[in-house]
Design a protein around this ligand. Structure first.
Ligand SMILES: *[C@@H]1O[C@H](CO)[C@@H](O)[C@H](O)[C@H]1NC(C)=O
Ligand SMILES: *[C@@H]1O[C@H](CO)[C@@H](O)[C@H](O)[C@H]1NC(C)=O
Length: 370
């Protein structure tokens, strides 16, 4: 009896280990990092994360190969080794593209099977050569039904290629993810290729932020990344519900949390709520402010007030005619708890370097729990 029990226990244990190892993750507590973003790699407390994204590798429009610029080559090659010093089990992904890349180059690459193959093969080679555990596609954004169809082919071929590579190399399969619009249709028009997303990606990162900025609308203050919106307009929760309705399971969804906000200029210093009259940005770059700079602003400005609005799940602060909508501790905790309670795979932050001495990263990790 003892040996049979032992055998069954051993099989169960192996099965559980195998499942954890081969079929995705239990939880994703992630963040993006890029060089010169405000924090040195060695200063990231990687115990606060399960996955770290290194941004960005580029798409060469001539060769359709993924490349790393010469200035990034050093830090990217050290990325995995450095972050694993404090947490040997943290996994790393090389992120490709990003908001400043040329979306037309991605559309062109994805349109032909030969150029898709160049992209796929070079991405796998780069990931292995630089010791990453996975790859992340940040194509912002496909802009037509045919581009979405081509994206589906790309994802399915990418998955087949990493499966073959793992079989041949004996290494664990590379993780494949993509950063996507907060809802399942870009601009409410172009539907992501849902079956390919579901079967070929380990998960998707929902960019649930930038719903508003001081240039849209310029005439009233808004939370740019509210979890909820009573008027039914763009929000994190509406995006999650939309992806699920489109057919992507909650366990494929990772909720994006911005470590930055936007500063509007109030028309009247005494009218300072959400949807208060405004006239554009307070400050350069359309009013974008890192969390650490918002904390400094609050600490150094006499009379500055921080408010948490639970209707929208959003913080804002104001002083004089400056009004900043952003994610502070309470917003971050509430979003992370919401993600967990709704069965999502996890959350990610854009971006770790905008945090204030890792305060939000710590808050998020605690809110999710072990
Ligand atoms: C949040 O802000 C909205 C818009 O200004 C307001 O109507 C609502 O009462 C606020 N919610 C809370 C809980 O204060
Ligand atoms: C946020 O939480 C961290 C610890 O979790 C704490 O050190 C910090 O003071 C908090 N910040 C605010 C603004 O409450």
């Amino acid at each position: 009896m003892a040996s049979i029990t032992k055998f069954i226990l051993l099989s169960l244990t192996l099965c559980v280990l195998h499942l954890n190892f081969c079929h995705g993750q239990n939880a994703v507590k992630a963040g993006y990092w890029f060089p010169d973003s405000g924090i040195a790699l060695s200063d990231i407390d990687s115990k606060l994360f399960t996955h770290l994204f290194c941004a960005f590798a580029d798409l060469d429009p001539q060769s359709n190969k993924v490349t790393i610029s010469s200035s990034n080559a050093g830090p990217f090659s050290q990325f995995t080794k450095t972050v694993q010093l404090k947490n040997p089990s943290v996994k790393t992904l090389l992120s490709i593209g990003g908001g400043n890349s040329n979306r037309a180059d991605f559309a062109s690459m994805a349109s032909q099977s030969s150029s898709r193959k160049s992209f796929i093969d070079s991405s796998i080679n780069l990931a292995r050569a630089n010791n990453f555990h996975g790859l992340d596609l940040d194509w912002e954004y496909p802009q037509s039904a045919s581009e979405m169809k081509n994206l589906g082919s790309l994802l399915d071929e990418w998955r087949a290629a990493v499966a073959t590579e793992a079989k041949n190399s004996g290494k664990p399969q590379l993780i494949l993810t993509a950063a996507v619009s907060f809802a399942s249709k870009v601009d409410g028009l172009y539907q992501y290729p849902i079956p390919s997303v579901s079967r070929s990606l380990d998960w998707i990162n929902l960019m649930a932020y930038d719903f508003y900025a001081p240039d849209r609308p310029s005439t009233s203050t808004r939370c740019h990344a509210a979890l909820k919106d009573p008027s039914g307009q763009a929000s994190g929760s509406s995006g999650i519900a939309d992806w699920e309705k489109a057919g992507v399971g909650a366990k494929k969804l990772v909720l994006g949390i911005p470590f930055y906000g936007y500063a509007w200029r109030l028309v009247n210093a005494n009218n300072h709520g959400i949807l208060a009259p405004a006239n554009g940005a307070a400050g350069p770059d359309n009013g974008v402010e890192r969390y650490q700079d918002i904390r400094t602003f609050v600490a150094q400005t006499p009379g500055a007030v921080v408010v948490y609005n639970s209707t929208y799940v959003c913080n804002y602060c104001y002083a004089g005619t400056t009004w900043i909508g952003y994610d502070d501790n309470q917003t971050v905790s509430t979003k992370v708890s919401y993600a967990k309670q709704n069965g999502l795979l996890g959350y990610f932050a854009w971006h770790i370097g905008a945090d204030d001495n890792l305060a939000l990263s710590r808050q998020a990790s605690q809110a999710w729990g072990a």
